[in-house]
Every structure is written in C-alpha cells, then in structure tokens.
Design a protein around this ligand. Structure first.
Ligand code: UGA
Length: 435
C-alpha cells in the first residue's frame, strides 16, 4: 500500500520504518530540513534501539523515502498518517496547531480517495472536528475518511511494540476505511494480538485511559513502597506476590522514583484538565499525579537521613534519562532531583550512557559535572544515587567503587541491587520500599 507519514519524530519514524518493513511503500515527511537531510544519509535524529538498521534497510530496498515536500507525499498516498507532536500548553491543554496544519495540507491535496489516520494523541472529539474541517473544504464526503489509530509504543522497545503489539486499536466511522485499515494491519494480527475496531471517540479515549491506568499502577506500587519503608517491608516481594494474580498482572509494578517521559505526565495532565472542562473530577488520577510529584524527592529524604546538610556534598548520579534505552530526558525525575539537590547546596557528578547531551541543554542554567564513565562520576563522591536502571549499572565492581568514593552511601532509586550483598560489602543502602 502507498503510505505517507507526516512528522518524522519518534512515532512517525518507527511507524514508517515498520510499515515499510511489512512491504508497503512509505514516504516519511517532515518540515525540518535538517532532520530529513540526516535521514537521507542514513542517520537517525533520535536514540531508539534497532531503528537505524531498520530505516537503512528499507531505504536500500526502496520502500522508505524521506522528504520535506508534504503535499506530493500526500498526493501519492492512499493512507496518510499524522504523527506530529501535541505538546502541552502552559494552560495544560494540547497544542494542536501542528495537527491542524497537517489537516490543512491534506484537504488541499485530495487528488483521490485518502484516509487521514490520526496517530498523534489528541483530546476526545478531535477526530470528528478534523473530519468537519476537511469536509468544509472538499465538500465531497466520499473523497476521504478520518480514522483514529492511537499508538502504544514505548521508547526503547518501539519496534518490538509495533511488530508485536498487545492489540491494535482503530477508531473508524464506516466500513470502507475499516476494510482498508484491516488490509494494512492484517500482517500483524495474531490470536493474542487482535485488531480492534471502535468508534472514533472510544479510540481517542483508549489512548488516554491506557496511559492513565499505567500511571496509576506505578503510583499505586510507589505508595505501597513508601509504606514498606515505614514498616520494614519488601516491595519486590509484595509486587511479585500480587502480580502473579492475572487480574492484577506483574508488569508496571516496579517501585522507584516515579513516572516521567513525554507521554504519561502529559496524558495524565490532559485528562485531569479535560475533566475540569466538563465539571468532572478524576479523583483517582489526580491522586496518582500527586503521589508521582512527591515520589521523585523520596531519594532526597533518604539522603537527608544520612547527612544533616547537603552543602558541599558531592553526589554521584547514575542515570539521567526518564527510563533506560532512551536519550529522552523529558519530565525525567532525575532532572528534577538534580535541580533540588543543587538548591540544597550539593555538587552533582553525573553519568548516563545516552542522555548526557540532552541533559546538558536541559540543565544549562544548573551546570553539573558530566563524567566520561560511570566510575568517573564516583570520584570523591559522598553518595551515589541510581536514577535510571540502565543495564550497565547492574553488574558493577563494588570494591572498585569503594576506592573511588569518599563516602559509603548508595541510594538506589530503581531497586536494582541486592541490599544484603551491598551492605555486606560495607555500604549503607537505601532502596525504595526495599531493604
Ligand atoms: C508510555 C506507554 O507505556 C506506551 O504504551 C505509550 O505508547 C507511550 O507512553 C505513549 O503514549 O507514546 P513511554 O513513555 O515510552 O511509554 O514509557 P514507559 O515504559 O511507559 O515508562 C514511563 C515511566 O514509568 C518511566 O519513567 C518509567 O521509569 C516509569 N515506570 C515504568 C516505573 O517507574 N515503574 C514501572 O513499573 C514501569
């Protein structure tokens, strides 16, 4: 099938590369000339495991193309995916200006029947509005359809999530677009990976409600972990014990410093604000948000147990990204923690395998020392904070760490170590609800 992807960000690139891999002809377009230049020489502007290889392979096989010319990309395609960003405005709404500029180019280039597939996360009711906007221009309802196809990709495992999805949700309002979308996605459908068609509004809601539920699950386990800290409980045992119940499920029950990234925080906030517009209070979702706001600072409370004052203390930080396998630091709890530690007078020495460049620009007014390796960050440190659970932090040489650090304190914000083993080696250890 002939497909255009508008917006070569993380969702657009992954979707484009994976659809090309399935045999479709995909033109991926973006207004950012620099990004398209990079992609045209086989470079990827983001860090996503496996994406570079997949893009290069499909470009070589002549199934994937990159361009800044959006109009001809639309004209040549039957399915047009909108994958532009919908960032939060300072008022807590989604900024939909990029979506509407795509709609504008789409409606002016309807040289034959096309489907506008919205993959950007848009508030409830927007697919219907997009449909009306296009119709008011083209006047011919038979020339296009609007479909809502939320994405459930996780950064770091985006290709696997696309190729082996738990489910594919497609919101439609007629059989014609349903049949075409079925043809597109049938190669991915298995008994355990169903393709589910809903109405447009339900598809929009499923996206927000999924992320809100995941956020809720994490805040729930974090709250229980905080209680474990009071009663000397072990959150890992508890998560394992409850997770074996299939109704609860074992995933997304890792206690830590809270959820971050470009999706969970944004979608939770949008839902809360959307509720307000309808005079409705999402009590549980609001509570999850509150727990998350406080959760990141739990590691600082633990530091304060050991040091009366953090002034002039050297704190080593391992991990800056909001989770492993990404260079993304948007809403990363690590960044908020570092800023707070600096306010308290601490000096920060940090290392992250992928996110240091992004952290440098986010922390340009809060300079920290960026180390070349994880061990280098420990130089004369009074304490080590683990803020992202990168694999390379899991199997480290604790004896070497002892020779480098001035202090003996490890605060494990992601519960990656075995507390008994660490304590036996002479460290003071704090996990999150884990001792
Ligand atoms: C999330 C959803 O998981 C995807 O399904 C969705 O498609 C995506 O948002 C989106 O809306 O685009 P992502 O933001 O990549 O994906 O990250 P997650 O893997 O969900 O992690 C979010 C945060 O929760 C991270 O900060 C992570 O460290 C934290 N987390 C996750 C925990 O603290 N504990 C857990 O058990 C799991």
């Amino acid at each position: 099938m002939k497909i255009a992807i508008i917006g070569a960000g993380y969702v657009g690139l992954t979707t484009g590369a994976c659809l090309a891999e399935l045999g479709n002809e995909v033109i991926c377009s973006d207004i950012d000339q620099r990004k398209i230049n990079l992609l045209n020489v086989g470079e990827i502007p983001i860090y996503e495991p496996g994406l570079k290889e997949l893009v290069r392979l499909n470009v070589k096989e002549k199934r994937l193309f990159f361009t800044t010319k959006i109009a001809p990309a639309i004209q040549k395609s039957e399915i047009v995916f909108n994958t532009v960003g919908t960032p939060l405005t300072p008022q807590g709404d989604n900024d939909l200006s990029a979506v509407y500029s795509v709609v504008d180019v789409f409606k002016k280039n309807l040289n034959n029947y096309k489907i506008f597939v919205n993959k950007s996360t848009v508030p409830i009711g927007i697919s219907q509005k997009i449909k009306k906007t296009i119709l008011s221009h083209v006047k011919n309802r038979k020339l296009f359809d609007v479909v809502n196809n939320p994405e459930f990709l996780r950064e770091g495992t985006a290709i696997k999530d696309f190729m082996k999805p738990d489910r594919i949700i497609v919101g439609v309002d007629n059989k014609r677009s349903e049949a075409i979308m079925k043809r597109l996605y049938v190669p991915l459908v298995r008994a355990s990976q169903p393709l589910i068609f809903t109405d447009l509004k339900s598809a929009e809601m499923i996206k927000y409600v999924s992320n809100a539920f995941l956020a809720l699950k994490i805040s729930f386990i974090n709250e229980i972990a905080n209680f474990c800290d009071k009663v000397n409980g072990d959150i890992k045992e508890i998560a394992r014990g409850i997770g074996m119940d299939h109704r609860i499920g074992s995933r997304f029950l890792h206690a830590g410093i809270g959820w971050g990234g470009s999706c969970l925080p944004k979608d939770v906030e949008t839902l809360i604000n959307l509720g307000k517009k309808y005079n409705f209070t999402f009590k549980i979702i609001k509570a999850a948000h509150e727990v998350n706001e406080q959760q990141k600072y739990r590691v600082i409370d633990k530091l304060k147990k050991e040091f009366l004052n953090l002034r002039n203390k050297i704190i080593a930080v391992w991990g800056l990204s909001f989770k492993p396998k990404t260079d993304d630091i948007r809403e990363s709890p690590a960044i908020a923690i570092i800023k707070q530690l600096q306010k308290l007078g601490a000096t920060i020495q940090a290392f992250d395998p992928a996110a240091m460049l992004n952290a440098k620009s986010a922390l340009k007014n809060n300079p920290i020392v960026y180390a070349g390796t994880s061990y280098e960050a420990l130089n004369k440190a009074d304490a080590l904070l683990i803020l992202t659970e990168w694999d390379e932090f899991r199997s480290v040489d604790f004896n070497k760490m002892k020779t480098l650090m001035r202090g003996r304190l490890i605060i494990d914000g992601r519960n990656i170590y075995n507390p008994q083993e660490i304590k036996r080696l002479g460290f003071t250890y704090y996990g999150i609800g884990y001792k």
